[in-house]
Design a binder for this molecule. Structure first.
Ligand code: PLP
Length: 431
């Protein structure tokens, strides 16, 4: 099994976090998102512990909550002592309502409106990660109106290609995020920031991409950032208190993906930082990183009921399920690989090749192609693994399909963290 929280019981049912998935499908209905609370905590603790061991005092991981956002995940992040990233008023509001300490919250996004900036300040957001000069001046103006000093980080693009899919690679010079170092624009912006009165300029941020397994892109980013920091110090006499290296560690969606140790990666990055620190004679600032996917992906799994099985003689087979791109748009968006298991007959021979099709009125509504399964029957339960990140958070109501609930599992039992949307919910805003 691709993750240690999966097993098969004596009835041949797939078990997740020790729970029989078929039993949970019967109890809650399908489609159903399951989240293994202990796995989330284990992932958070691994980051937290490694940060305390390898990085300068005061360094702390941030959970990038766009990967999976609901009140309960912010409560868990609070309990585990992680900082958080948010990217919208909706995420700020959810964290605030969950009682998350907002001073530990970092506000991202390539185009924050004045309204959002004011809302962030009013909600007590600790730090705004400024993405453009327009935004910096807006933050300065709004902070002055409110009579406060706002902490900021400046997001820069170090100019790295991370060999991953184009749509999830964000460290390039031509990215829509941040300000480019290569073109000298980032340096010019720093000069302007240092003149602003209502801004506390705490340091730099870069995020190079996602689903990264190698250490090399982080090595390269660290080197480029230290070179930049040295240049800034020489020009302006400014040194950052914080260096945020972004998120992006890869997770195992399929057997062929490697399993990486976050602790080892963080130890590697710490070595590189020491090397750069010596080379450029710059003290290592407090380090932040922003894992999203690698905190929640393997803590999640989605269950569906099989509807029809269509064998198109001489062409292909379709297994249709009661969910699809509305609860998991990632195959439709960027052909993301997933492991699919027939949860109700997980110990049977997988000799039937099928395309797993969603229920939406789009030919492209597919969860995965060329999946090997025992030939399913109507009402068999199908599990798609590693769906904890960018599934619930990307869900939609296309075709007016209500969103599935999120059920969390821990040693005390199963509980609803997000309720199933009802038909009333679907038209609650209609007049
Ligand atoms: C998406 C994103 C992250 C999280 O990336 P993962 O690949 O989920 O770890 C972190 N920081 C920023 C700025 C992001 O945009």
């Amino acid at each position: 099994m691709i993750c240690d929280n999966l097993s098969i019981n004596s009835s041949g049912h797939l078990c997740f976090a020790g729970y029989d998935t078929v039993g949970l499908a019967q109890k809650y209905g399908t489609p159903l998102y399951l989240m293994d609370e202990n796995k989330i905590r284990e992932n958070m603790r691994e980051y937290k512990t490694a940060f305390e061991k390898y990085f300068p005092k005061g360094s702390c991981p941030e959970y990038a909550s766009k990967a999976f956002s609901c009140k309960q995940i912010y409560r868990i992040a609070k309990e585990e002592g992680l900082n958080i990233d948010v990217v919208s008023m909706g995420e700020i509001y959810t964290a605030f309502k969950a009682g998350y300490p907002m001073e530990n919250c970092f506000f991202h996004g390539n185009n924050k409106t004045d309204k959002e900036i004011a809302f962030a300040m009013e909600s007590g957001v600790g730090c705004i990660v400024a993405d453009s000069e327009e935004e910096l001046f807006a933050i300065e103006k709004i902070a002055a109106q409110k009579g406060i000093t706002q902490k900021i980080l400046l997001r820069v693009t170090p100019g790295i290609d991370t060999h991953t899919h184009e749509k999830i690679s964000t460290g390039n010079v031509d990215s829509k995020f941040g300000i480019a170092i290569d073109t000298n624009q980032a340096k010019e912006t720093v000069g302007k920031i240092l003149k602003l009165k209502n801004i506390d300029f705490t340091g730099f941020h870069c995020h190079i991409g996602s689903q990264i397994f190698e250490s090399e892109p982080f090595d390269l980013a660290s080197e480029l950032m230290f070179r930049f920091i040295k240049d800034i110090k020489n020009t302006y006499g400014y040194t950052p208190r914080i260096l945020n290296l972004g998120g992006g560690f890869g997770v195992r969606y399929v057997e062929s993906d490697p399993k990486i140790s976050f602790t080892e990666k963080i130890a590697d990055i710490a070595e590189i930082l020491k090397k750069q620190s010596n080379a450029f004679q710059i003290e290592i600032p407090k380090i932040a990183m922003e894992p999203g996917r690698s905190i929640v992906a393997d803590a999640g799994l989605t269950l569906y009921s099989v509807g029809s099985v269509k064998e198109i003689t001489g062409y292909k087979n379709y297994v249709s399920i009661d969910g699809g791109m509305t609860d998991n748009p990632r195959y439709t968006l960027y052909q993301s690989p997933y492991t699919v298991i027939l949860a109700s007959r997980a110990n049977e021979k997988t000799d039937f090749c099928a395309t797993i099709a969603g229920r939406c009125c789009e030919e492209g509504d597919v969860i995965q192609e060329n999946v090997m399964l025992p030939k399913p029957n109507r009402n068999d339960i199908l599990a798609v693994l590693t769906t904890g990140a960018y599934n619930y958070s990307m869900a939609s109501n296309y075709n007016r399909v209500p969103r599935p609930p999120v059920v969390m599992l821990n040693e005390n039992g199963d509980y609803v963290a997000v309720k199933r949307e009802t038909l009333e919910d679907v038209c609650v805003l209609d007049i």
